[in-house]
Design a protein around this ligand. Structure first.
Ligand code: UDP
Ligand code: MG
Length: 318
């Protein structure tokens, strides 16, 4: 069973040498126990880092256990993972994606492989604690999953991108050509037999999170608007409620008019115009967001450009 571990790396020079050691010793253990084949590898994807990340990857590739993939520029976490998977489709039997910072417990891999033996084609790594995350991250992440689910996106609770996928899944993933690919939302829609494996999430050992508040918010917004038309429906419902409301206000003022009770209500007029104007602006903004997405999709640009590859043991098998 050939396994490929896909590791996206962006400005990870501080932690990568340590992670590489950990990956290596864990893989040797798996190999010696016959859980994975000799041709199993670890693919380090450099997502356009400007520090020494690529040099470290090149050095590691002296060992045939590691292979490297350098993207021509920073394409983002999701696209880096996708590049590692799609560039190696059909060359391995199964794939596991994991972050470079070792926050996800490597030991869960063994359980994932055992689940695969039981016949599961997708195994989601699910963290069973968030004690190591900051208060803010913990609660914002929880809100994110709740929001996704209430908007009809079938996301696995507390699952990030630590997951085992059979080659079949990657073949199917090739067919999803969208530019804004939200991988953890897509995988459940592909189907096949899936299960979860729980693990404890640790703290980042070195370096800093690349997910700033801005990136997190835009990731959440992308996740919602790429999968659900709920915000559009919300606008429509809001419109209906406001229409009924304005009808009744209209009726009331007409009644006042008939009774001769009209007062020069500048304030109320002004406030109404402001209120409705604001709602209209918001609605146009949401529409704009979807139109922007359509614009990005119709351009159909490549999501990543691979600049270099090194050391792929199975590349000639295809
Ligand atoms: N990453 C990437 N491209 C980016 C941002 C992040 O490849 O533009 C990688 C990063 O090197 C790490 C993983 O994605 O391996 C997750 O990032 P990070 O640990 O910063 O996120 P967090 O765990 O804080 O959510
Ligand atoms: Mg991390």
């Amino acid at each position: 069973m050939d396994l490929l571990l896909v590791v996206p790396c962006y400005f990870e020079e501080e932690i990568l040498p340590h992670s590489i050691q950990e990956f290596e010793s864990y893989f040797l253990k798996l190999k010696s126990r016959g859980l994975i084949s000799e041709n199993s590898q670890i693919c380090l994807v450099d997502d356009g880092s400007k520090d020494k990340t690529w040099e470290i990857i090149e050095k590691a590739s002296a060992n045939s256990l590691f292979c490297g993939l350098k993207l021509s520029r920073n394409c983002g976490h999701q696209n880096a993972v996708l590049a590692g998977l799609l560039s190696n489709v059909n060359q391995y039997d199964c794939f596991i994606t994991i972050d470079a910072d070792l926050q996800d417990d490597l030991n869960a891999i063994e359980n994932m492989l055992l689940k695969r033996k039981e016949g599961f084609e997708v195994v989601y790594g699910v963290r069973n604690n968030r004690e190591t995350d900051s208060f803010f991250k913990r609660h914002s992440a929880q809100l994110f999953y709740k929001l996704l689910n209430s908007f009809g996106v079938d996301a696995v609770y507390n699952h990030a991108d630590y997951r085992l996928m059979d080659n079949k899944i990657i073949q199917a993933l090739e067919g999803y050509k969208e530019t804004n690919l939200f991988i953890r939302g897509i995988i459940p829609t592909i189907g096949y037999k899936s299960t979860i494996v729980e693990y404890k999430r640790a703290e980042r050992l070195a370096g800093e999170t690349k997910y700033t508040l801005k990136k997190m918010l835009s990731f959440a917004w992308d996740g919602i608007t790429s999968f659900s038309h709920y915000p559009l429906k919300l606008i429509m419902n809001l419109g209906i409620v406001l229409f009924i409301l304005s009808l009744s206000i209209g009726g009331w003022s007409f009644y006042q008019y008939l009774n001769g009770n009209i007062v020069p209500g500048w304030t109320s007029t002004f406030l109404t115009i402001m209120g409705f104007g604001g709602i209209q602006m918001i609605s146009i903004g949401v529409l704009g967001e979807y139109i922007g997405k359509i614009y990005l999709e119709v351009k159909n640009r490549p999501r990543f450009i691979v600049e270099k590859t090194i050391n792929n043991l199975n590349a000639s098998n295809e």
